[in-house]
Design a protein around this ligand. Structure first.
Ligand SMILES: [Zn+2]
Length: 574
């Protein structure tokens, strides 16, 4: 038996077997069942996404013995002949090799005659954008007055090359690149039918390479299956296809983040020895950092279509502790240097120079982190380096030195708190001295509001930034082991929802209440402030219009009021 390539063997014969183009198959099925199929339909989109496959299914739908139907039987003569490509009424024409005006004239002559066995004569013209101008003109004549028994299905990867006169007579459907996970699913299904052992990660490599094309994915799979026997590994796939292992891209990014220059250089060396395309590695690295930035900025789904689901999770983990500005800096540098590497006589060394440059960049901090850092400096607290306690103690008296040297946190040592520079800032609730509250207080129980005020002071004292964010906060709920705070979305309110902030709040609360407390922050959107501003503006305008001076000015100059501007300071009008 002749070997049938996967793309042909598993070509779908029904609309519901078409992958990733539901927006088109649904519309076409509706058109068929309601009898409103257009006489000329254009399928455009990237190669290998199912354009001619859909055209063939559509031909079966209208020419099936049970037709018109949205689920052709695949049994009748017409269905079988269309599948085999030898129907006497369905003509598949390659536009690239039949692009001359004579070809289209011939088609026009032929189209005059009624179909031999089925309701419609159907012309499927692939790569229709390849027709010559004269051929398009000839085609236009028949599109202007198509015989009732003729249907045209055109397919193209470049719809912009088709004259507008033709386009305007076609119903157009745009095929999309198929999402990577859908391609992987499809290949997985075929693997199980073919008894092939290729795991999802390995299939991911193939799908990535296929760049949204089902046909390309299946052709690559053919190539791999032919080249290797038995179980197929990621390594075999990268070797056969000459592509870069995904793990290498992740490792390279890790090396950059971890400032591990040796590791990064050894990756470059390895790729070089394996004869991999270094520019390709560089391009994939750029793409990876672009995706990492998208992940860091909270993007997902549509912005990350080329990334399979299992990689998204690894990416999230990879950027967890990396700041957005730093990612931005890396991406920028990679982009800026691309042309230098491309033009260099020694791309490997040019690439290494870019990496050296990246290692010299100091990781940029986000505004939130900066504020936090300044806070810590102001307090003379650097919680991450507790080992320098002994040196730091005497310097506490001079605020400026204390600000530079890392100092042990106040709460771990009781007597230190008396000299702590934190004392320099006003302390509204003096009785709440750090260590004292570790003991349960025997005094009369405070009301919730009083507790909240005291807690706020404590927070402001421990972390001015968090304190400032919370100053307008309201206590929403307090239970035995949790506290919920509500705050308007303004200024730096978002700072509160960072993991680190919650952790410090919980630690302050735990100390304050003498037991572990969970902290919940509920950021409320501002409701009435823009409305209030508008109302205020209207009020000011009215005031200005009625002002006697304005009235006098208008009369004196015999003018009229064209516009009223509200100035930002004090709301003066003119
Ligand atoms: Zn049929």
């Amino acid at each position: 038996m002749a070997y049938l390539v996967f793309a042909r063997k598993y070509r779908p014969g029904q609309f519901d077997g078409v992958i990733g183009q539901a927006h088109i198959t649904r519309t076409l099925a509706n058109a068929v069942s309601s009898g409103r199929l257009a006489h000329a339909i254009l399928f455009s989109g990237p190669r290998g996404t199912g354009k001619t496959t859909v055209a063939r299914i559509l031909a079966k739908c209208v020419n099936c013995r049970n037709g018109p139907t949205t689920t052709p039987c695949d049994q009748c003569r017409s269905c079988r002949e269309i599948t085999a490509g030898n129907s006497v009424d369905v003509f598949e024409i390659d536009g690239a090799s039949n692009n001359k005006v004579e070809n289209v004239r011939e088609l026009r002559e032929n189209a005059k005659y009624m179909p031999a066995q089925t309701p419609y004569k159907i012309y499927i013209i692939d790569e229709v954008h390849m027709l010559s101008d004269a051929a398009f003109n000839a085609l236009l004549k028949i599109l202007e007055e198509p015989p009732a028994h003729v249907l045209f299905f055109f397919a193209t990867t470049e719809p912009n090359k088709i004259p507008i006169t033709i386009l305007s007579r076609c119903q157009r459907h745009d095929f999309r690149r198929v999402e990577i996970d859908a391609i992987i699913d499809h290949m997985e299904g075929i693997c199980s039918q073919e008894n092939l052992e290729i795991d999802r990660k390995a299939l991911g490599l193939i799908a990535r390479e296929a760049d949204g094309s089902i046909r390309d994915a299946l052709s690559l799979m053919d190539q791999i299956v032919t080249c290797s026997g038995g179980e197929i590994t990621e390594e075999q796939i990268t070797d056969i296809l000459g592509i870069i292992d995904r793990q290498i891209i992740f490792d390279a990014a890790d090396a950059l983040f971890g400032r591990d220059m040796e590791k990064l250089l050894s990756i470059c060396g390895l790729l070089y020895r394996q004869g991999r395309h270094l520019m390709r590695f560089y391009a994939e690295l750029i793409e990876h950092f672009r995706n990492l930035l998208v992940v860091k900025m909270g993007g997902s789904g549509k912005a990350l279509t080329g990334v399979p689901a299992h990689e998204k999770q690894i990416m999230e983990k990879q950027v967890e502790d990396i700041s957005e500005p730093w990612l931005n800096q890396i991406l920028n540098t990679l982009f800026e240097d691309e042309w230098k590497i491309r033009q260099s006589v020694s791309p490997r060394h040019a690439m290494e120079m870019t990496f050296f440059k990246l290692f010299q960049i100091r990781p940029a901090m986000s505004i939130d982190e900066l504020i936090e850092k300044i806070d810590n400096l102001r307090q003379g607290i650097a919680p991450e380096q507790p080992e320098q306690k002994a040196d730091a103690e005497p310097q506490k008296a001079e605020a400026s030195t204390a600000a530079v040297e890392p100092v042990e946190t106040a709460e771990t040592e009781a007597p230190a708190s008396e000299q702590d520079p934190a004392q320099q800032t006003p302390q509204p609730v003096p009785e709440d001295d750090g260590p004292a509250s570790k003991m349960p207080e025997p005094a009369a129980p405070l009301s919730n509001q009083e507790t909240w005020e005291a807690l706020k002071s404590r927070i402001a004292e421990k972390s001015p930034a968090l304190g400032a964010c919370l100053s307008e906060g309201e206590l929403k709920k307090i239970t035995d082991d949790s506290i919920e705070i509500e705050i308007l979305a303004a200024g730096n309110a978002n700072l509160l929802n960072r993991k680190k902030s919650i952790a410090s709040l919980e630690s302050i609360c735990g100390e304050f209440f003498g037991k572990p407390m969970r902290v919940g922050i509920d950021i409320k959107e501002k409701e009435n402030s823009p409305r209030r501003q508008k109302k205020e503006a209207r009020h000011l305008e009215e005031e200005a219009l009625n002002h006697p001076l304005v009235d006098a000015a208008v009369k004196t100059f015999n003018g009229k009021i064209v516009d009223i501007k509200i100035l930002p300071t004090g709301g003066k009008t003119k």
